[in-house]
Design a protein around this ligand. Structure first.
Ligand code: AHR
Length: 465
């Protein structure tokens, strides 16, 4: 897991807040800062199982499964949005036409191990595409996309059984591997954990960390796989994926104190319910196989794949449209991650907190626009190009696709249609202020309601949170 020099205070504040409404600033390497484009979901078409991380050199790297399951690719970009560019992708290896590793190639991850790029991936054989085992390759140069790679070998897993979805994180100076594997004689897969001694061997006997037992973990197949680690607010949060790769695919969560013995099963608590599931309201199905990273401002991002339709013809494993998606990751008052819901296609949404009422957010209650506390989805708005044209924006609630915040003649603000006066649904952003196009009024809150009119100060200044 890539550790980021982010202050604990910032984390508890919910991974960063800035008065820059909706634009991300990034270092361009020369010390100057430039605005990073807001990513648009799905960020990368037909790339499943995406690992996205920001390396210490400021570049974003991405590995993922391709629909053909026949090669290893790496994408590299200075911005999250730049990963959408097919030109950011390079093929670093293709499976052999026969023999070992000539079958399915799944869920690769790129990791910097003592300054050398390593790739962990799972591969079947040409004679049995599902004889899936884990292999490690090493880059012979510093350019992971273009320098040659060599095989290190096969992971010395605890059993000679189906094993996949390896991921590495470092904690208290110790590098750990977590992966999914079938226990001999037991159907399904569990997530295992062990400290690494070398890239292929373990320093301790692996721990079987999760077993699919809840109903939401055993839909069609008994699956716990695709572990991803997040270290925030004094705890380790391991997200993992469960059930078949159709619309029932979802995320579960294991939690441990950062000072606990990670190799003691009693250190871990398993959520009895999934933390991230399909969302018919926003049109995302089968969200899973996640990774964690930060955006250009250092704010936590959840990366995952998901389809934008529910019904699948044939085996979901061969449906190519598990696209890579990203969204902001927020936190509950106790410091644990609140995954919310998959936000759906379109610009990655933001949340807006009044400068004079932090912890409250611009949100909608039905068609009313208010300021207050509550769940995440009703406070997530896409900042879209404004209906009134260049230089203006319109705000689309993620739960009301195709609708926008609209100013009414009496100054109230509602969730309204795209039809009607475009100026009444458009704003000009000045720092944290939203100036209503066609008036001198600004968006502000009064008594919990949101209005457009003369206002100044914290009630009229919204901080992107
Ligand atoms: O996408 C191929 C495989 O399907 C992944 O390795 C696994 O996480 C999922 O079940």
């Amino acid at each position: 897991m890539q550790d980021f020099p982010i202050s604990r205070r910032l984390m508890l504040a919910g991974a960063g807040a800035t008065a820059l409404a909706g634009c991300a600033t990034m270092s361009t390497g020369g010390g100057e800062s430039a605005a990073a484009p807001i990513p648009v979901n799905p960020v990368v078409q037909q790339r499943a199982d995406a690992q996205v991380f920001r390396h210490t050199d400021g570049n974003y790297f991405m590995m993922a499964s391709v629909p053909e399951y026949d090669r290893l690719i790496i994408r590299k970009s200075r911005t999250i949005a730049g990963l959408a560019d097919p030109a950011s992708e390079a093929v670093i290896w293709r499976r052999p036409t026969s023999g070992k590793m000539g079958g399915h190639i799944w869920a690769p991850e790129l990791h910097d191990i003592d300054g050398v790029w390593h790739c962990y991936f799972s591969a079947g054989d040409s004679g049995d595409r599902f004889h899936i085992r884990t292999y490690v390759m090493r880059c012979k140069g510093k350019d992971a996309q273009h320098d040659p790679w060599e095989m290190v070998g096969q992971l010395e897993a605890p059993y000679d059984t189906f094993n996949l979805d390896s991921s590495i994180f470092t904690h208290k100076g110790q590098r750990y591997l977590m992966w999914a594997q079938t226990v001999p004689g037991v159907s399904g897969t569990s997530v295992f954990l062990a400290p690494l001694a070398t890239p292929l061997t373990f320093a301790k006997t692996p721990l079987r960390l999760t077993i699919p037992t809840f109903d939401w973990e055993i839909q069609k197949y008994r699956v716990n796989e695709a572990p991803a680690m997040l270290h925030r607010n004094g705890r380790l949060f391991m997200a993992y994926s469960a059930s078949a790769t159709d619309d029932r695919y979802c995320l579960g969560l294991m939690t441990a104190d950062e000072n606990a013995d990670l190799m003691d099963l009693n250190s871990w608590t398993k959520s009895p319910v999934p933390v991230f599931v399909s969302s018919p309201e926003t049109g995302v199905y089968g969200p899973g196989h996640n990774s964690f990273t930060v955006d250009e401002q250092g704010r936590d991002l959840l990366v995952y794949h998901g389809r934008d339709y529910k019904e699948i013809t044939g085996d979901s494993l061969y449906d190519p449209n598990r696209h890579t998606r990203v969204q902001r990751l927020y936190y509950k008052a106790d410091g644990s991650p609140d995954f919310g819901i998959p936000v759906g296609n379109g610009e990655v949404p933001d949340r807006f907190s009044p400068a004079d009422m932090r912890g409250a957010f611009l949100r909608h209650d039905g068609d009313r626009i208010i300021v207050g506390g509550g769940d995440i989805p009703t406070s997530q708005f896409r900042v879209k190009p404004g209906l009134a044209g260049a230089g203006t924006v319109s705000l689309e609630p993620i739960l009301a696709r195709g609708k926008v915040l609209r100013r009414m003649p009496d100054g109230s603000v509602v969730v309204g249609s795209l039809d009607g006066d475009p100026q009444a649904a458009s704003f000009v952003r000045r720092g944290g202020t939203f100036v209503a196009v066609g008036t001198e009024g600004v968006l502000h809150h009064v008594g919990g309601n949101v209005r457009v009119g003369p206002a100044r100060g914290g009630a009229a200044s919204f901080i992107v949170s």
